[in-house]
Design a protein around this ligand. Structure first.
Ligand code: ZN
Ligand code: ZN
Length: 427
């Protein structure tokens, strides 16, 4: 079996891993870069305007044949680990004849992003994977493992061929709402793994103030209890763990979580996959504010909005109840409050990666709204990487999704092989 990291060996984002056995080839993830060659934030708009050949020349698209739309497919499939753009964001260039293997939750979230115009493409040639059930893709046997990550229904993969086993961790962690999955994997790891491809996003990053989803929830309760203020909440509508933490914190502090129809729609879409996901009709701690925006209009056109009306809260009601609310931030909601001068005695809770905060801080500064950061990482901490690698005990580990691959050998006992992008390793 041959392993080639097409992209992502020495950076966070743009992950694309190739495995070959005989003439059979598969890819794992086909992501959009997060940084450019100067390590500045990648301008994702360029993939919409620059032609494919140019993107290959610039190194944005991997230089491989038999994958893209105008080519005869040479790949048996693409496995998607999860619904973050840095793992699937370049799929629009791929021939529709190459099937995409993904989890049910990942499929729903890709469809939602496309429906709301956040992405320009969602794959239609898809195969939904059943967790922990081996399936055949070309010459490979693939077993998907559900993992704890900030993307819902994220997968790791055990991939077997020629009597060898590769384990691809994808993005994962041991401190989210599904940390039991991490503990379970430590207790009962896949055996006889030849090569572990292990993410290392947290190398070189600090853990931050709050180190688990539970700590985030507890800090939110502390903030929200007995404070005579309105809280805005900047968080991702697709980070389901975080929405659960916020909803639980609202219940514990007797507040109402006011979401937008887009968020209500996502939660509703995922309810069949997990019964723990808060829903618009769960009663007094959750309401929907119909801020007029393109999402709402799109949903109204499709008559997908109607059922959320039963949980509707008006602007006037929000004004009255302001000290009892946590309002999910959207650009338009903030603008309405700002225009009506209703942002006095308000705090923004910033519950996203701090790297993006400087881009929006000025919006709140102009209304003198203080910002409190309450967040924890979607990625595995170094000590958990250590435990994980020890449990899997592979013959060797290949770093991925990190800016510091050479640092793995400082804390992993087993052999580490740092490979560069487009370098092929025999397994
Ligand atoms: Zn990632
Ligand atoms: Zn991710």
């Amino acid at each position: 079996m041959k392993l080639t990291i097409q992209r992502g060996a020495k950076e966070i984002g743009g992950s694309c891993v190739e495995l070959q056995s005989g003439t059979s080839k598969i890819l794992i993830d086909f992501g959009l870069p997060l940084v450019d060659e100067n390590k500045e934030r990648f301008n994702s708009e360029i993939v919409k305007t620059i032609p494919k050949t140019e993107l290959i020349k610039n190194g944005v698209l991997p230089d491989i044949t038999g994958l893209y739309k105008d080519e005869n497919p040479a790949y048996d499939g693409i496995l998607l680990s999860h619904s973050h753009q840095d793992h699937y964001g370049l799929l629009s260039f791929v021939s529709p004849q190459v099937p995409v293997y993904l989890s049910e939750g990942c499929k729903e979230l890709l469809d939602v992003s496309y429906f709301f115009g956040q992405t320009t493409f969602a794959p239609t040639n898809t195969v939904t994977l059943e967790k922990w059930k081996p399936c055949r893709v070309g010459a490979f046997t693939v077993t998907p493992y559900l993992v704890d990550h900030s993307a819902f229904d994220a997968l790791a993969f055990l991939i077997e061929a020629e009597g060898k086993r590769v384990f691809y961790s994808g993005d994962f962690r041991g401190h989210g709402r599904k940390s039991v999955l991490f503990q379970k994997m430590l207790r009962d790891p896949p055996k006889n793994v030849t090569c572990l491809i292990l993410e290392g996003s947290m190398l070189g990053r600090s853990k931050g103030l709050y180190q688990s989803e539970q700590e985030v929830e507890d800090k939110l309760v502390e903030l929200l209890t007995n404070q005579e203020r309105l809280y805005f909440m900047a968080c991702s509508s697709q980070n389901i763990d975080r929405l659960v933490s916020i909803y639980k914190a609202c219940k514990r502090s007797n507040r109402v979580f006011v979401i937008d129809p887009y968020t209500a729609y996502i939660l509703d879409k995922l309810k069949g996959i997990s019964a723990n996901i808060p829903q618009y009709n769960w009663g007094k701690n959750i309401r929907v504010f119909f801020v007029p925006n393109t999402y709402t209009e799109r949903m109204a056109d499709n008559k997908k909005l109607f059922k959320f009306k039963s949980a509707k809260i008006t602007y006037e009601q929000m004004k009255e109840l302001r000290k009892k609310l946590v309002v999910k931030d959207t650009d338009l909601t903030r603008k309405i409050f700002s225009r009506k001068k209703d942002l006095v005695n308000t705090t923004l809770i910033y519950s996203l990666w701090s790297g993006y905060l400087p881009e929006i801080r000025f919006l709140w500064d102009s209304d003198n709204v203080p910002i409190v950061e309450v967040h924890c990482s979607g990625h595995i901490y170094t000590e958990n990487m250590q435990e994980f690698a020890k449990a899997i005990a592979p013959e060797f580990t290949v770093p991925i999704h990190t800016f510091f691959p050479e640092r793995y050998s400082e804390f992993l006992r087993s052999e580490v092989r740092v490979v560069g992008d487009r370098e092929t390793v025999d397994i």
